[in-house]
Structure formats: structure tokens, C-alpha cells
Design a protein around this ligand. Structure first.
Ligand SMILES: *[C@@H]1O[C@H](CO)[C@@H](O)[C@H](O)[C@H]1NC(C)=O
Ligand SMILES: *[C@@H]1O[C@H](CO)[C@@H](O)[C@H](O)[C@H]1NC(C)=O
Ligand SMILES: *[C@@H]1O[C@H](CO)[C@@H](O)[C@H](O)[C@H]1NC(C)=O
Ligand SMILES: *[C@@H]1O[C@H](CO)[C@@H](O)[C@H](O)[C@H]1NC(C)=O
Ligand SMILES: *[C@@H]1O[C@H](CO)[C@@H](O)[C@H](O)[C@H]1NC(C)=O
Length: 458
């Protein structure tokens, strides 16, 4: 009996050498992962800040409290461009649309880089209006994998406020398109569980186009036919949409560069993009950066009051035929030297590329800064936990306000900046303002513009 018990005990006793082996294995694993993590290229990726608002771990940083952020927003986030937009065209569009009761629209699979997500959300909302859907569930964002940036399809569904100002979107839509009811969640639609057509819709299939995968092929070639084709799909259902059996449309992830803005008259096309504004906290940080850069420049010497913004899109995942680091650096330095500019603001995930540019610029007495070098410790601590695409908001807005801009023609981020800056310059010119004509001073390095740059909303 005793022997038996001892035997059993023996079985469960961990001999000292096993313990040693496990301990060393653990050390090796921890060591290896620390080593490999420190070898990660370019950017630090952090978990979503959602779970840590006002983290109490550091009470000395006001930006980690709700009051602190509210104050930052109040002090730095206004005014925004959208406040100057004219939504009368949108208002008229919604007023003249034939709306369909019990047909609802959702925009869920908006994924990829910041500007691609923006384009997809706008297209999805524009299609919802074109379809006459009497209800829209607030668009969501599928966040990409924080550690493998090329992995876009993650099922990691985030609220619209992940990137955009939710309250602004709701306000603008309710004010100008009241015929389309907004729902916070699909569950808020009556009888959503009985909805017809739960399959995901491919816009290309609906339009009878080839199911192209490449961005340039997603363009809707006959937007004027969309409504009649959509109505036929609704008619083909077993019963007419009604309260008990509504229709809920879900688009697939190919709405990117699908709706041609030029289909709409300028009164709509030139303003529609402003139904989306970026989230207020990160917009405020961008303004802080620009204000500090301008203060520093003015203090240095009144003569050198401008800065060049560059989107150094030379990260490892950039395409082979895209503008290279050499081309981007060369254009940026040329623009700076030709115009006697002493400061470059760089946005890039390519840390080595930034370091190289910094060294090269130094030879000509030009300083290179980025968001991290300008923000205070508290501000950095606040910004750090945000994801790559959220942090890109700060860069986008800082680049938008730069005096000159250099980017890669193959990047939708750069391409959109060029377009929006040109658009804003046009608006400013039309208002008789001839000195902030910055849109015409911009330059795309490397091979020309994207073939579908006209498919984005200003
Ligand atoms: C809305 O459309 C109706 C005609 O359908 C028109 O009488 C009315 O003026 C329009 N309202 C606006 C604000 O455009
Ligand atoms: C807004 O747009 C409408 C329609 O294009 C136009 O008639 C109106 O004059 C514009 N309002 C302002 C203030 O520019
Ligand atoms: C850019 O490239 C051209 C042609 O190779 C060269 O002549 C020029 O010096 C370069 N500019 C800068 C600022 O490096
Ligand atoms: C708290 O914030 C201050 C200022 O940003 C920083 O210096 C300090 O390291 C932070 N402390 C902790 C525990 O994170
Ligand atoms: C700016 O104005 C020019 C000249 O009228 C026009 O060709 C161009 O398309 C406008 N750009 C944008 C982005 O609206």
C-alpha cells in the first residue's frame, strides 16, 4: 500500500533535472523571442487603445485621462475642413432619391491602408444612397493584423470611430440625408434575423463586370445602370421586402475604387468626402505638430518659414516598380534646396530609410523631423498604443498642411494627398487667396500617378 502510494507520488514528482530542462527551455524561448522581436523592421505595432482609455498606470500624464483628451480636442482639433463643406448637393441627391422601405445597407469589410478604408466607406455609403436603402448600419472597419501588416482580412471588426469622427458622420448624414435612417448595430434593425439576401454582394458581379482583383479593375463602368440592376435583384427575391422580412445588403471587400466620383455633379463629388472626418484626438495631435513646426521655423528665421512634407513610402511591402528611396529622397532634397527650405517632415514606416534621409539632409544643413521627434513624452505615450493606420492619421494631416509635398505616385495615401491639396488650393484660389497655392507645388516621385487616382473623393 505504502509502496503503491510512493509509486504514485513518484510519478507526479518532478525530478530536478526535468525542472532544469524546462527552466532553460523557457529562458531560451524568452531570449529568442526577445531577440526576434527586437529584429522587427521599421515600425512598432501596438494593440488597440480601446481597452486602455485613461489607463490609471500613469496619473502624471493628463492625456491618459478623459478630461485631458477633451481639453486637447477643445484646444487643438478645430476647425476642420468638413465644416466648410457644402452638403446642399448631397441634400438634393437624397431628396430626389426613390427610397425603398425595409431595404438596409451595411458596410463592414472596409480594410487596408487609411486612404483605402476611407475610399471604401465613402463608396459603400454612396452605393447605399444610390440603392435607395432606407437604413444604413454605421460603417465598420476591419483592422489589419497589427504584427503582419500585409494581412488585411482579419475579421477584427472595429467601430467607425476607430479612424473617423462618429458623431460628425451621424450629424452630417442625419441633417442632409434624413431619408436614410442610421443604425448603430445591425441588431437594431427590426427582424434582422429574418433578413433576406444574407449573402455578401459583389459589386462587380452585380454590374456584370469581370471579377477583377487588381484595384484598377474594380471601377464601376456603368454607374448609371446600378439602380436598375439592384432593383432587379430585389425583385428576384421570394417576397417583397417587408417589416417581417427585411433585406439587408452586405458588400464584399471590393468596393475600393468602385464608384467614380465624376459620375456625380461637382456639387456632390467635391463635398461628399467630407462626410468623413478623422477622429478628433488624433486630428488634434496633428495640429499640435504643425503648430510646433511653424513656431520653430518662425523663431529660427523668418526667411525659412516653410517645410516640405514627404511620404517616404519605401517600406518593405512597397511594390518593386514604385518610387524608390533614391527617387523619393532625391525629389525631397531637390524641392527643399531649390526653395531654400530648411525642414523636412517625414512620414514613413521605414526607420532605416528615415535615418538615411536624415543623414543625407544634414549634409545640406536641412533638418528632418517626424511625429515622434516633435511630440512631448506625454503625447508620445498617448499615441504609442494606436495601430499603424490610426497613427497614419497624424501623418496625413501634418502632410496635408505642409507647404510642399513629395510622395510616391503608386501609393493611394500620397495620391490622395496630392489630389486633396490641389482641391484645397483650387478652393482657396476661387476665394481670391493667391498665396496659399500649395497644391501646385507638389511632386510625385518615381513613375507617374496611379491609373485610378481619379477614383477617389477629394
Ligand atoms: C425636395 O424635393 C421636392 C420635390 O420632390 C421639392 O419640392 C423640394 O423643394 C426639395 N427640397 C429640397 C431641400 O431640395
Ligand atoms: C452650396 O451648394 C449649392 C448647390 O450646389 C449652391 O446653390 C449654393 O450656392 C452653395 N452655397 C454656398 C454657401 O456656397
Ligand atoms: C538628384 O538626382 C540627379 C540625377 O541623378 C542629380 O543630378 C541631383 O544632384 C540629385 N539631387 C539631389 C538633391 O541629390
Ligand atoms: C509617466 O509619464 C511620464 C511623463 O510622460 C514619464 O516620464 C514616465 O516614465 C511615465 N511613468 C510610467 C510608469 O509609465
Ligand atoms: C483644380 O483646378 C484645375 C483647373 O481648373 C482643374 O483642372 C483640376 O481638376 C482641379 N483639381 C481638383 C482636385 O479639383
Amino acid at each position: 500500500m505504502l509502496a503503491k502510494m510512493l509509486n504514485i507520488q513518484n510519478k507526479y514528482q518532478r525530478p530536478v533535472h526535468t525542472l532544469l530542462i524546462w527552466t532553460s527551455v523557457t529562458f531560451i524561448l524568452v531570449g529568442a523571442s526577445t531577440y526576434f522581436l527586437s529584429q522587427r523592421p521599421a515600425i512598432d505595432y501596438f494593440p488597440s487603445p480601446k481597452s486602455t482609455p485613461g489607463s490609471p498606470s500613469n496619473a502624471t500624464n493628463p492625456l491618459l485621462t478623459e478630461e485631458g483628451i477633451d481639453q486637447l480636442i477643445l484646444d487643438h482639433s478645430f476647425p476642420r475642413l468638413g465644416e466648410r463643406a457644402n452638403f446642399t448637393g448631397l441634400h438634393q441627391l437624397c431628396n430626389s432619391t426613390k427610397w425603398q422601405k425595409h431595404v438596409y445597407w451595411t458596410c463592414t469589410h472596409n480594410m487596408g491602408g487609411l486612404m483605402n478604408v476611407r475610399n471604401m466607406v465613402l463608396n459603400c455609403v454612396r452605393y447605399a444612397i444610390a440603392a435607395g436603402a432606407s437604413g444604413l448600419v454605421l460603417p465598420q472597419i476591419e483592422a489589419r493584423d497589427p504584427t503582419v501588416l500585409s494581412k488585411l482580412k482579419t475579421g477584427d471588426s472595429q467601430d467607425i470611430s476607430f479612424l473617423f469622427d462618429r458623431a460628425w458622420f451621424k450629424e452630417v448624414m442625419q441633417e442632409n440625408c434624413e431619408q436614410m435612417e442610421l443604425f448603430d448595430r445591425v441588431e437594431d434593425i427590426t427582424n434582422y434575423g429574418y433578413a433576406m439576401m444574407p449573402d455578401i454582394i459583389s459589386m462587380q458581379a452585380l454590374m456584370g463586370q469581370p471579377l477583377g482583383n487588381r484595384h484598377g479593375l474594380l471601377r464601376n463602368k456603368k454607374p448609371e445602370e446600378f439602380r436598375s440592376r439592384f432593383d432587379q435583384v430585389i425583385k428576384a427575391q421570394t417576397r417583397r421586402p417587408n417589416e417581417k422580412f427585411p433585406v439587408i445588403i452586405r458588400l464584399d471587400d471590393k468596393a475600393l475604387f468602385s464608384f467614380p466620383p465624376a459620375f456625380d455633379p461637382p456639387a456632390i463629388a467635391n463635398n461628399f468626402g467630407f462626410i468623413l472626418e478623422f477622429r478628433l484626438d488624433l486630428s488634434g495631435l496633428a495640429n499640435i505638430i504643425v503648430d510646433r513646426v511653424r513656431q520653430a521655423l518662425n523663431k529660427d528665421d523668418g526667411k525659412f518659414s516653410e517645410y516640405v512634407g514627404v511620404h517616404l513610402r519605401s517600406e518593405a511591402d512597397a511594390g518593386k516598380y514604385w518610387a524608390s528611396w533614391d527617387e523619393l529622397a532625391n525629389s525631397t532634397l531637390s524641392v527643399a534646396l531649390d526653395n531654400k527650405i530648411r525642414l523636412i517632415y517625414v512620414a514613413s514606416g521605414d526607420a532605416d530609410g528615415v535615418a538615411k534621409l536624415t543623414r543625407k539632409a544634414e549634409e545640406s544643413g536641412i533638418r528632418v523631423v517626424d511625429k515622434w521627434s516633435i511630440l512631448s513624452n506625454d503625447e508620445q505615450e498617448f499615441l504609442h498604443p494606436f495601430r499603424f493606420d490610426q497613427q497614419a492619421i497624424v501623418d496625413y494631416l501634418a502632410l496635408m498642411r505642409s507647404d510642399r509635398f513629395v510622395g510616391s505616385g503608386q501609393s493611394s495615401f500620397s495620391s490622395h494627398l496630392i489630389m486633396r491639396r490641389e482641391f484645397l488650393a483650387n478652393v482657396s484660389l476661387a476665394e481670391g487667396n493667391h498665396d496659399d497655392d500649395y497644391g501646385r507645388r507638389d511632386q510625385l516621385a518615381g513613375p507617374g500617378r496611379l491609373g485610378y487616382w481619379d477614383m477617389d473623393w477629394p
